[in-house]
Design a protein around this ligand. Structure first.
Ligand code: UTP
Length: 237
């Protein structure tokens, strides 16, 4: 069976609790789960940044800020699991091993959050993709693809339709690793994608339908990251 790992940014699912996109994503995730084994790693979103901001202002060290971020990602993951109801394994996996076991034993959607400091949920998702031998890693995020620089800061930034993991590494290697930082993808995640050769796509998740369109129909609003310049979409199911 086709296996996909989704890194579902908190900035997509829960930019704030009030502006969440749960209702838009539930039918899309259930639709995907009918065709493939779906693993989801949920990010911390706006609430994680708010908690980290308060902690940092109080002089808390970065690793502890990360721990606070991890708790928020897991709370967001629990919210998603609960909302998915019967379609999901009923607990938030606390390690990649637990996630793998839950997927193999039930075939349901498996959800997890962060696990360890000094990385983001993108890295958790990349390692999970490697462990479950995923056909595709999907970074569902709040931008329409990977740019040569942050397009909010650099008007000359170029958007890529496709690129290699080596190219992506060049772009992210200058990014910061502070708790709650907001970069296209963390370096640990890119290193894992680089070594595993697992195809990855970055999808503009601001519109939930973009995810189904990309995976099921091959209509991608985003960027393909792949070794040989091929295109993994639409997924064979
Ligand atoms: P993320 O950065 O992964 O969530 O985790 P996000 O902000 O929702 O991601 P995007 O921007 O939408 O893609 C929030 C914070 O939690 C900590 C980090 O401080 C991270 O910035 N974290 C998360 C960890 O330290 N380790 C983890 O495994 C996951």
């Amino acid at each position: 069976m086709t296996r996909v790992v989704l890194s579902l940014g908190g900035s997509i699912l829960f930019p704030t609790l009030e502006e969440n996109r749960l209702a838009g994503y539930l039918p899309v995730l259930r639709r995907l789960a009918e065709k493939m084994q779906v693993y989801i790693v949920v990010g911390g979103g706006g609430e994680a940044r708010r908690y980290i901001g308060v902690a940092r202002q109080a002089g808390v060290d970065e690793a502890t800020c990360d721990e606070i971020g991890i708790r928020v990602t897991r709370l967001n993951a629990l919210l998603l699991v609960s909302a998915l109801g019967d379609s999901a394994f009923p607990a938030v996996a606390e390690s990649q091993t637990e996630a793998m076991a839950a997927g193999v034993s039930t075939g349901k959607i498996v959800v997890m959050g962060g696990i360890t400091p000094a990385q983001t949920t993108d890295a958790v998702a990349a390692v999970l993709a490697e462990r479950v031998r995923a056909d595709l890693l999907v970074n569902v995020t709040s931008i329409d693809g990977i740019y040569s620089a942050d397009p909010k800061k650099d008007p000359d930034a170029i958007r890529f339709e496709s690129m290699t993991a080596d190219d992506l590494m060049q772009i992210v290697s200058g990014d910061s690793l502070c708790a709650g930082s907001n970069t296209v993808m963390d370096m640990v995640a890119v290193k894992v994608v680089q070594r595993s050769g697992i195809p990855m796509v970055v999808v503009d998740g601001r519109e939930p339908g973009n995810l189904a369109a990309a995976l099921l129909e091959g209509r991608l609003k985003g960027t393909v990251v792949i070794r040989d310049g091929g295109n993994p979409l639409p997924l064979k199911t």
